[in-house]
Design a protein around this ligand. Structure first.
Ligand SMILES: COc1ccc(S(=O)(=O)N2Cc3cc(C#N)ccc3N(Cc3cncn3C)C[C@H]2Cc2ccccc2)cc1
Ligand SMILES: [Zn+2]
Length: 313
C-alpha cells in the first residue's frame, strides 16, 4: 500500500518557495501569494509549518498590499480578491491577522459587490461565483460580513444554480466542480445550505468518480487531483461523502506523488506543482488520512486555525 511521503513533500515545498528563476517560478510569478497559501497550508496540515521563517513570510506578504487595501499576486502587482484572500489565509496560519488594517482590507472587498449581489474580482469588473466565495470567506475571516449585503450575495449565488443541481460561474453557465465548490462553501459559511438539493447535487458529484478512483470536474473529463478537493469538500458539506469510494480516491492521490523529488501532480506520471501538492494533501486530510491535521472543507484552512480565528479560542 502506498503512503504519503511527508518528508519529500516538505523538501519540495521549501525548494519551490526558495527558487526564483526556473519555469515554474516564472509561471507562478503573478500568483506567488496564492503559491504561498498553497505551500504553507500543506506544510501546516502535515504538522511542518515551523519549517519556514514566519517573520520573513509575513513581511513579504505585507509588501504585496496595494494602497487600495487589496493585495496583488506579488510585490507591485495589481490587487485582486484572489490574492487578498490568500494574504488573509497566510496571516491566519501564523495567527497574525491583527497586523492588517482590517477596515482598509474589508472596505476594498466590500467595494467589489455589485447591485445584483454578485462580486467582481477587481476594479476591471469580471463577475464570477468564485469571487462571491472569495469575498464572503475573506470578510468572514475578518469578522466584517456586515459590510456587504449577504442576503443579495446568497440570492445571486442561487441564481447560478442549474437544473442538474450544480452551479456555474454566472447565471445559466454550465455546472463545473470548481464553481460548485465555491457556491456550496459560500452557502455553508452564510448558513444557507438548506437551499441546495443535496440528493440531486450529491448524485452529480459522486458521478465524478472514475474507475481509477480519481475524480473529474465534468462528465467525460479525465480525473485530476485538484478535483479531489473541489468535489470531495462539496460532498462533505452536503453530507453525501459516503456516496463515493474513499479508499480508491486515497490510492489515486498517493499514486500521483513524485516518489523521487516530492510533490504531487494532477494525475499519475505528470509534472508535479505546488497547486496539486496542496489539493492532494488537503484531499487526504478530508479523507482523514492518518497523521494529517483536519482541514475545514469550507474555509480551506486547518480546523484549529478556523477555531482560533472564528471563535477566538
Ligand atoms: C501550469 O499551467 C497553469 C494554468 C493555469 C494556472 S492558474 O490560472 O493560475 N490556476 C492555478 C494553477 C496553478 C498551478 C500551479 N502551480 C497549476 C495549475 C493551475 N490551474 C490549472 C489547472 C489545474 N488543474 C487543471 N488545470 C488546467 C488552475 C488555475 C485556476 C485557479 C486559480 C486559483 C485557484 C484555483 C484555480 C497556472 C498554471
Ligand atoms: Zn488540477
Amino acid at each position: 500500500m502506498e503512503e504519503l511521503l511527508v518528508g519529500k513533500h516538505v523538501k519540495y515545498i521549501i525548494t519551490v518557495e526558495k527558487r526564483k528563476d526556473d519555469f515554474e517560478s516564472v509561471v507562478m510569478e503573478h500568483l506567488r501569494l496564492n503559491g504561498a497559501y498553497w505551500g504553507l497550508t500543506t506544510l501546516d496540515i502535515m504538522g511542518k509549518l515551523a519549517a519556514v521563517e514566519q517573520d520573513e513570510v509575513i513581511s513579504w506578504v505585507m509588501q504585496c498590499q496595494h494602497e487600495s487595501g487589496g493585495f496583488g499576486g506579488n510585490i507591485g502587482h495589481d490587487p485582486h480578491v484572489l490574492y487578498t484572500l490568500s494574504a488573509i489565509q497566510v496571516l491566519a496560519l501564523f495567527d497574525k491577522v491583527h497586523v492588517l488594517d482590517i477596515d482598509k482590507v474589508s472596505n476594498y472587498i466590500a467595494g467589489l459587490q455589485n447591485e445584483d449581489g454578485s462580486f467582481s474580482g477587481d476594479i476591471w469588473g469580471e463577475v464570477d461565483t468564485r469571487f462571491s466565495y472569495i469575498a464572503i470567506l475573506s470578510l468572514a475571516l475578518l469578522h466584517r460580513l456586515d459590510k456587504v449585503d449577504v442576503g443579495k450575495a446568497v440570492k445571486y449565488i442561487l441564481s447560478c444554480k442549474n437544473v442538474d443541481g450544480g452551479f456555474g460561474c454566472t447565471p445559466g453557465a454550465e455546472s463545473h466542480a470548481g464553481q460548485i465548490f465555491c457556491c456550496v462553501a459560500a452557502l455553508a459559511i452564510t448558513g444557507s445550505l438548506h437551499h441546495v438539493d443535496k440528493d440531486l447535487l450529491g448524485w452529480w458529484l459522486c458521478e465524478r468518480q472514475v474507475k481509477s478512483g480519481g475524480l473529474n470536474g465534468r462528465p467525460e473529463k479525465l480525473p485530476d487531483v485538484c478535483y479531489s478537493w473541489w468535489v470531495l469538500s462539496s460532498l462533505i458539506m452536503i453530507d453525501r461523502v459516503h456516496w463515493i469510494d474513499k479508499g480508491k480516491l486515497v490510492k489515486f492521490i498517493l499514486d500521483c506523488q513524485d516518489k523521487e523529488n516530492g510533490g504531487i501532480s494532477d494525475r499519475p506520471d505528470d509534472a508535479v506543482d505546488v497547486f496539486h501538492t496542496y489539493f492532494g494533501v488537503a484531499g487526504l486530510s478530508l479523507l482523514e488520512y492518518p497523521g494529517i491535521k483536519p482541514i475545514d472543507p469550507a474555509y480551506a484552512l486547518p480546523v484549529d486555525v478556523v477555531n482560533r480565528v472564528m471563535l477566538g479560542r
